[in-house]
Design a protein around this ligand. Structure first.
Ligand SMILES: Nc1nc2c(ncn2[C@@H]2O[C@H](COP(=O)(O)OP(=O)(O)OP(=O)(O)O)[C@@H](O)[C@H]2O)c(=O)[nH]1
Ligand SMILES: [Zn+2]
Length: 384
């Protein structure tokens, strides 16, 4: 496979020269399989100090609960992000903690109740819970839920020693917890070009698409090349996170559709530019979670608090992907079309030289006024 070096990344895995070592294919495969198992509700074992057996509350079924019960030693827990746990426990919690653990007693509570505990959009019933000390690998457990684009709410227990040789342990996967935490950075290093073709667009008849794939869930990221960006010292670049509702359906809840079309038009007028169309829907939380966040927004939360109520951060995008794509396209210096200063900072932290921020303001449409005002107030979007 033709992997790209990722320039300028700072990584805990990096050697002294700042380049990433090649990914260990066996360990990388274990992460991918763990994500797949999590989405199917199959428990996995997180390897490391004090290994855990873990399964997402959103996908677990009776069989998964049975495995936790039989292969876990005592002390099953529900792990939640502090922002979600605060609502369950109905007390303020320190949001900088990696996870909050709630003790589960045997017999383990039913699947429907676990889903309600994970998902604030469902009818809430809050049985009394006691907080217990989270295990050392709790953060990696929540990271697995996030990599699977599920709600970060995980049922877990310390796994019994010798679990792999027990009849029920056969076929369960062990994945190093550290690899789950390092994954966002590592996956960008596996990006490779898979296709390139002309796709004439309404507003840019000479546009070309370059498709990239990483070694993750098969998600594809697109570069839309307008004109000849390489002819410019610092071409206009738009980093656009996919928005099924806005880009495709024309949803009025956001400004994504007009921003996408507007960026392409503007690049065509300038004679060149690149839109990176990233498969990071909902600022990286996934489409289903974005729809849940909309439900919470309809109940009065703003876009930031809705993400947090689900247990996600306000912006969970992986800018290493964009940096790796720009490096592959040979774009070292760019002018970034955005109103979001955090995007500029996020790219710069990944080694991209953003020589100028170019505003990309879209007028409110009567439905998204509050959303746009919230982006200005809470993300510091510049509306100049
Ligand atoms: N979680 C969440 N995501 C949203 C919401 N509204 C839109 N999005 C997502 O936000 C992303 C759009 O953000 P962008 O336009 O790339 O960037 P931005 O951070 O708003 O900054 P700009 O570059 O100024 O547009 C898309 O992935 C949308 O799906 C929302 O209410 N909640
Ligand atoms: Zn949108």
């Amino acid at each position: 496979m033709n992997s790209l070096p990722v320039q300028g990344q700072k990584s805990t895995n990096a050697d002294a020269s700042g380049t990433l070592p090649p990914l260990d294919p066996v360990r990388t495969r274990a992460v991918h399989r763990a994500v797949g198992d999590a989405r199917r509700g199959v428990p996995v074992v997180l390897a490391g100090q004090h290994p855990l057996i873990v399964v997402p509350a959103e996908t677990v079924g009776a069989e998964g609960l049975h495995l936790i019960d039989r292969l876990g030693s005592s002390g099953a827990m529900l792990l939640l992000a502090p922002s979600r746990a605060a609502a369950v426990l109905q007390e303020p919690l320190d949001e900088t903690l990696p996870a909050i653990a709630l003790g589960l007693t045997r017999p383990l509570i039913d699947v429907a109740t676990l889903r309600r505990l994970a998902d604030p959009t469902l009818e809430q019933i809050m049985p009394g819970f006691r907080r217990v000390a989270p295990p050392p690998l709790a953060e990696a457990a929540l990271a697995l839920g996030k990599q699977a684009r599920l709600l970060p709410a995980m049922i877990t227990a310390p796994v019994r020693p010798g679990w792999a040789s027990l009849p029920l342990g056969g076929g369960l996967l062990a994945v190093p917890a550290a690899d789950l935490l390092a994954y966002n950075r590592n996956v960008a290093a596996t990006l490779h070009r898979v296709a390139e073709v002309a796709v004439p667009l309404d507003d840019a008849p000479d546009a070309r698409l370059v498709a990239f794939r990483a070694l993750d869930q098969g998600i594809e990221h697109m570069a839309i090349l307008v004109g000849d960006p390489s002819a410019q010292a610092a071409p206009l670049v738009r980093i656009h996170s996919e928005c099924f509702t806005g880009d495709l359906l024309g949803s009025l809840r956001c400004d994504c559709g007009p921003q996408l079309k507007g960026a392409i038009r503007r690049m065509a007028q300038e004679g060149g530019g690149v839109v990176l169309y990233l498969a990071q829907e909902g600022r990286g939380i996934g489409l289903i979670n974005k729809l849940r966040a909309y439900t919470l927004q309809d109940r009065g939360l703003d876009t930031v608090d809705a993400n947090r109520a689900l247990g996600w951060g306000a912006d969970e995008r992986n800018f290493h992907i964009a940096a790796a794509m720009l490096a592959a396209l040979g774009l070292d210096h760019i002018r970034l079309l955005t109103n979001n200063p955090e995007k500029t900072a996020g790219l710069a932290a990944c080694g991209v030289d953003v020589v100028e921020r170019v505003p990309h303001v879209i007028a409110p449409n009567g439905v998204n006024d509050l959303y746009l005002a919230t982006k200005a107030r809470r993300f510091g979007h510049l509306l100049d």
